[in-house]
Design a protein. Structure first.
Lengths: 166, 102
């Protein structure tokens, strides 16, 4: 039975997927970055369907606000004088084939799987409080958070080193 | 809208986004577009993580914690990749994905 939530999900999913296809097929990287921002906005709407308003906000901040803008700036800096934006036609055809075959296999597996129904949800505030507590809990996810923060520091230094003027 | 949509719709969307990103990585010559496609693939992974977390174990925070870690990795990867692209562009005034001479 189609409810309004189903219809809204289908609209958002089609928009997201269409924007994603424009990202990978557009010849100009700057436009690809703008379509990537739209894709991230669509993904954050999908997170709302999954009852994760926190991750939807994170997706907007980091995805659309950070990554897509950084890619747009890099595309504007490296105004590449390139003869061809894409690989050769035979190369593109085999890439298309690989992607379509992978998608066919994945969707066949997904349709075969016995998937669970959604259990009821905690209240949103309580869920977020649990996340915050678990991220700094030594029995929880403190180690991954420490590793990630070290990784961010290393990436910061590495990015400065790579981008310095020689 | 407490989980009105069945789980496999989310999984199918995640698979489609991942395969679109894979095509972008394989078929593009411009390094900046390749990085954009990589971000697309990572986003699809996060979508799958959150969908499974919501439908299998909504009480535990595993999905959200993993999603946050993947976001940090995605942002770091974009920053380093774009720094590499700018560095390559400075020396060769092009950012094509092909063989490099040292």
């Amino acid at each position: 039975m189609m409810t309004s939530a189903h219809i809204a999900y289908v609209i958002v999913a089609v928009l997201t997927l269409g924007a994603a296809l424009r990202v990978v097929t557009h010849r100009r990287p700057f436009h690809a970055a703008l379509w990537l921002a739209l894709t991230f906005v669509g993904m954050s709407a999908i997170f709302m369907f999954l009852d994760s308003p926190y991750l939807a906000g994170v997706q907007l901040f980091i995805g659309a606000g950070g990554i897509a803008v950084a890619i747009a700036i890099a595309a504007a800096i490296t105004k590449a004088k390139m003869r061809e934006a894409t690989q050769s036609k035979a190369h593109r055809r085999s890439a298309f084939l690989v992607s379509v075959v992978l998608f066919a296999v994945l969707s066949w597996m997904i349709v075969q799987l016995p998937l669970p129904e959604a259990p009821p949800m905690l209240p949103a505030d309580e869920g977020l409080a649990h996340v915050g507590a678990a991220l700094v809990d030594p029995q929880g996810y403190l180690l991954p958070v420490m590793v990630v923060s070290w990784m961010l520091l290393v990436v910061l230094i590495g990015g400065l080193y790579l981008a310095r003027r020689r | 809208m407490a989980a009105a949509v069945p789980l496999f719709w989310f999984l199918l969307l995640g698979a489609a986004l991942f395969c679109a990103g894979l095509y972008g990585v394989l078929a593009n010559r411009n390094l900046v577009t390749v990085i954009a496609s990589l971000e697309l693939m990572l986003g699809a992974v996060v979508l799958n993580l959150v969908a499974f977390a919501r439908y299998v174990e909504p009480v535990r925070v595993t999905g959200t914690a993993f999603a946050i870690v993947v976001y940090a990795a995605a942002a770091a990867e974009a920053a380093l990749g774009l720094a590499l692209a700018v560095a390559v562009w400075r020396t060769e005034s092009a950012v094509a994905v092909e063989e490099r001479r040292g």
